[in-house]
Design a protein around this ligand. Structure first.
Ligand SMILES: Cc1cc2nc3c(=O)[nH]c(=O)nc-3n(C[C@H](O)[C@H](O)[C@H](O)COP(=O)(O)OP(=O)(O)OC[C@H]3O[C@@H](n4cnc5c(N)ncnc54)[C@H](O)[C@@H]3O)c2cc1C
Length: 449
């Protein structure tokens, strides 16, 4: 972090840049946000010889890639954990370059438990649920308007003709396959367009030593100023003026904004002149989703060591329904629960102790009353994170294939650029989507320089 004297010196240096316009290439770029998108963009621009400064509001780099060191012998990832689809994925290349150890988790190693903990046949239950889901979604094709997934399903003839136990199964399927995946609540997710994304082939692999070390090499040698919250970005005659919470102001030829959609939606940064109407509409239309994690650490493995995923058809839709055993990946007796959407929001109102008690209640229903309390726990509350205001973006009702393209790209005749997870039409909600978006943005900027 810079002290006041250093910041003033840096400000003076920034003011010495050549004037913008004519054939003069941009000399100085300010990147706002040191997540994987911002670091990816800054790395490319710095390697191409531009003078790049990265401004980051947190006290650390990485953004939503954030490895907790609360358990020194067991790093856990509070944000992103997996490379989703390792083949051809740009994050795989970063991981290889960093020499990061990876471990595969597989949905083939899953089990499904009924409300009382009885083991159910997961393949036939999911096949039935998928059939119901596709039938309900097909009915939407007959209408022209978009609806939330909940409205589309509950309003469908398929739902209305089905008995209550199938409602519970279908609701579990939606929670597991859509709410947990896209972090969007089924009452907000677009039934028509929730799944506009694409995937890389290959396994899902996580990092037993944590995700943060994977991106550290990207930041090496860059001018990154942490603890610097940007409050305003203005277009002025000399370029772009960026104001910080501290009152300092920095000048550059161009700025790249990579802050999360939640930050843009909250209006934490004032843009003057206002953003293009299509970009503002995209910000207002997309949803900022919520996915939270809760790790419970035990003295020994008290569940099948052969499974990665434990699904529970518990009594309350979407509460404590999906668990990851970290035993195969890390050889540790740790369970990690996921809650998403409205359920996650509701659970955030509990303190750590009450959250762990609620999780423990679920485990006793799943595995019997004698299931012990964990000896340690960690809990996330992403909707309260003032640097993100949520986990990652999802396609809310009204989103179309054009929405994210309207968010990405440039304003102010190219002086203001946007990148980040939410700007990726193909891979939103992922680290690789964010990285590719940052690199695309840098490439565009270099091309127009
Ligand atoms: C719980 C959870 C689980 C996830 N799981 C996965 C997964 O397994 N695999 C996967 O690929 N992806 C996963 N993701 C998504 C992935 O983490 C993100 O898509 C990706 O990290 C976003 O990168 P980014 O650079 O776009 O944004 P960020 O990483 O959020 O970076 C933006 C930066 O801007 C900073 N900032 C905010 N406001 C300001 C301001 N006013 N001034 C200056 N700086 C500011 C923020 O602090 C942040 O560092 C998960 C995310 C969460 C939260």
């Amino acid at each position: 972090m810079l002290n006041r004297r250093q910041t003033l010196a840096a400000l003076a240096a920034l003011c010495l840049m050549p004037p913008r316009g004519g054939a003069t290439p941009p000399q100085r770029v300010i990147v706002i946000g040191a997540g994987i998108a911002g670091l990816g963009a800054a790395r490319m621009l710095a390697d191409a010889g531009l003078a790049v400064t990265v401004l980051e509001s947190r006290a650390r780099i990485g953004g939503r890639i954030w490895t907790s060191s609360a358990w020194p012998d067991l790093p856990v990832d509070l944000g992103a954990s997996w490379i989703h689809g390792v083949e051809g994925n740009p994050v795989t290349a970063l991981a290889d370059a960093a020499g990061a150890r990876r471990a595969c988790t597989s949905y083939d190693a899953s089990m499904l438990l009924g409300p009382d903990g009885r083991k159910l046949d997961i393949d036939s239950a999911y096949a039935r649920a998928e059939q119901l889901f596709e039938a309900a979604r097909a009915e939407l094709e007959e209408t022209t308007t978009d609806l939330s997934l909940a409205a589309a399903i509950e309003g469908s003839g398929t739902w209305q003709r089905s008995p209550a136990r199938q409602h519970r199964l279908l609701r579990h399927y939606v929670n597991s396959m859509i709410e947990q995946e896209y972090a969007g609540d089924w009452r907000e997710v677009s039934a028509r367009h929730f799944d506009l994304d694409e995937v890389f082939p290959g396994d899902d692999e996580l990092f037993p030593d944590g995700f943060s070390p994977v991106i550290e090499p990207l930041a090496r040698g860059l001018d990154i100023r942490t603890g610097q919250r940007v409050t305003a970005v203005e277009l002025i005659a000399a370029g772009v003026r960026v104001s910080l919470h501290s009152g300092e102001r920095l000048l550059a030829d161009r700025a790249i904004v990579t802050v999360p959609l939640g930050t843009l939606r909250a209006g934490d940064i004032r843009f003057s002149p206002a953003l293009a109407p299509a970009r503002q509409k995209a910000i207002d239309t997309l949803g900022m989703g919520l996915l939270n994690k809760c790790w419970l650490r035990f003295d020994r493995v008290l569940w099948s060591p052969k499974v990665d995923w434990i699904e529970w058809l518990g009594p309350r839709d979407g509460y404590w329904c999906q668990w990851l055993s970290l035993t195969r990946a890390t050889q540790q007796p740790v369970l990690q629960a996921f809650n998403a959407g409205a359920q996650a929001k509701d659970l955030e109102s509990l303190d750590d102790e009450a959250t762990v008690a609620s999780a423990h209640d679920a485990l006793r229903s799943m595995f019997g009353n004698r299931f012990p309390a964990p000896r340690a726990a960690q809990v996330t509350r992403w909707s309260r994170d003032e640097h993100a205001w949520g986990s990652y973006s999802f396609n809310a009702v009204g989103t179309t294939p054009a929405t994210r393209a309207a968010l990405a790209g440039a304003d102010w005749d190219g002086a203001l650029q946007f990148a980040g997870e939410a700007c990726s039409s193909e891979y939103f909600g992922t680290t690789h989507g964010a990285l590719l978006s940052g690199r695309d943005c840098a490439a565009r900027l270099l091309k127009s320089a």
